[in-house]
Design a protein around this ligand. Structure first.
Ligand code: F0G
Length: 467
């Protein structure tokens, strides 16, 4: 396993010596290196990475802000990455030569004028992590974790995945000269994500189980084979994913939004964003903490139930079922980290139905940006949090869109063709999606037919706006 005391110099530019170490999130035991499964040797809980150089007094907030801004006009390899640009708050690799990067990060922050009008939230933004090199937020963590896997001399990296992690890992492994082993649930991930892993050359195994079963098998595998695990249990992943929040705050000129809303699956991303917010607050980069809220699909609501039924004290696992396959997870690995950051930032957890998620996805599509279904739970969750009075319309809200529209074309086609909920327990609700549909129409190749279609669309637009 990569240790904190990395002394390799490589042939690239030397970076400052590594000072980070691993710390258990439960018993706070500290260690210079981590075991294969990234669990605490004392109590078995998850590890996180920390570094004394990130503490207040060691880092000056205003110089960090200006260094990071200056790097935006630099052509140096590390500065062009929207992750390594913030390297003062990341574990340091031995040399620049070790870094595996595809220029991840640097993702846009969009306004959402239509959703803003519909919800009454005037300052409503979407941070679109689907604009990363492989189309999801996973790339920001993968650049860091793949770098440390390569530096430690591993030949094989591996992950269990609902699709996006495998696509990202396969890409970064290929760039870093590593072999990739992918374990995915058979028939339960989207074809476009699966095809990415194939194209990037991963050894791809479709296992006859669900994501939770794939993850269990991976845990066994890393204990018995020299394979480096790149799931979000790997704390290097979460360090990279912290930069989503740092970049967001930089885009908002360091004025924190009142709320950040993120989808929850295995709960690595929410944990990473929360860790970043707490570190930025401690260093003085921001003066107050946004509330971080996690939204889950009703059919994969382990965190929601853990908080409701067990007050966050023990995990309430579920048998997950949702058309948002990215978050079809019943036993989230990082649930304790997520509970901690929700409590520390005073955030909330909500669940949304399949119909609510599909409507929200169509609404985000209508903004001209689109996203994959799992990302759309954020807008659906915002509506619920507004109804609950947890979010007020005058407050500012940022939705984290985790994946690109093109990640799950089957969902989008089914939504518009009116077949999304067929043969599911929610079949009777399909009609609620009618006004969101824009199905393709097949016509004779004549001018008359196309003009008629145009007239028809114009009339229904007028009827719609009068309705
Ligand atoms: N959104 C998308 C698009 C995802 O792919 C995932 C997770 C999540 C949200 C949830 O993030 O797990 O950090 O809470 N996808 C993983 C995968 C599990 O294997 O691609 P999380």
């Amino acid at each position: 396993m990569p240790s904190a005391a990395t002394s390799e110099t490589g042939s690239g530019v030397a970076l400052p010596p590594a000072t980070f170490y691993f710390r258990c999130i439960a018993c706070s035991s500290a260690a210079q290196s981590a075991s294969q499964d990234f669990r605490c040797a004392q109590c078995g809980n998850l590890l996180e990475i920390t570094d004394p150089s990130w503490q207040p007094g060691k880092l000056d907030a205003s110089s960090l802000k200006s260094i990071w801004r200056e790097r935006r006009s630099s052509n140096a390899l590390l500065d062009r990455s929207g992750v390594w640009r913030f390297r003062e708050l990341l574990p340091t690799p031995a040399s620049e030569q070790q870094v595996v990067t595809l220029r991840e990060g640097n993702t846009p922050l969009y306004e959402l004028p239509r959703a803003s009008r519909a919800t009454g939230v005037q300052r409503l933004y979407a941070k679109h992590q689907g604009m990363n090199p492989t189309g999801s937020f996973k790339d920001t963590g993968m650049t860091v974790a793949a770098t440390f896997a390569r530096q430690a001399g591993y030949r094989w990296v591996a992950c269990a995945s609902t699709g996006n992690t495998s696509a990202s890992m396969a890409a970064y492994a290929a760039r870093g000269g590593l072999r990739a082993l992918v374990l995915v649930p058979d028939g339960k991930i989207s074809w476009s994500k699966l095809s990415q892993a194939l194209d990037y050359g991963a050894l791809t195994c479709q296992l006859r189980t669900d994501f939770d079963g794939c993850l269990r098998l991976l845990q066994e595998l890393v204990r018995s084979a020299p394979v480096y695990q790149l799931n979000s249990i790997n704390p290097f992943r979460l360090e990279g994913q912290k930069t989503l929040a740092i970049e967001l705050l930089e885009q908002l000129d360091w004025h924190p939004p009142d709320h950040i809303i993120v989808p929850g699956g295995n709960l690595g991303n929410s944990s990473a964003i929360g860790k970043a917010l707490l570190e930025m607050h401690e260093i003085g980069l921001i003066q107050r903490l946004p509330k971080l809220s996690v939204i889950q699909a009703e059919g994969a609501n382990a965190l929601f139930r853990t908080l409701q039924e067990a007050h966050g004290k023990h995990l309430v696992p579920v048998q997950a079922e949702t058309r948002a396959t990215a978050i079809r997870i019943g036993s989230p690995a990082s649930w304790q980290k997520a509970v901690k950051v929700l409590q520390a930032t005073d955030g909330a957890c909500e669940q949304v139905s399949e119909v609510e998620m599909a409507q929200a996805k169509a609404e985000i599509g209508a903004e001209g940006i689109g996203c994959e279904p799992a990302s759309a739970v954020t807008l659906a969750g915002l509506k619920k949090l507004l109804r609950r009075g947890f979010i007020k319309p005058h407050e500012s809200v940022v939705l984290i869109l985790t994946g690109n529209l093109l990640k799950d074309p089957d969902f989008t086609m089914d939504l518009h063709r009116g077949t999304l909920l067929q043969r599911t327990p929610h079949e009777a609700e399909e009609a609620k999606l009618k006004s969101f549909r824009h199905p393709p129409i097949v016509l004779d190749a004549t001018l008359d037919a196309v003009i008629k279609a145009l007239d028809h669309a114009e009339k229904s637009d007028v009827n719609h706006s009068n309705a």
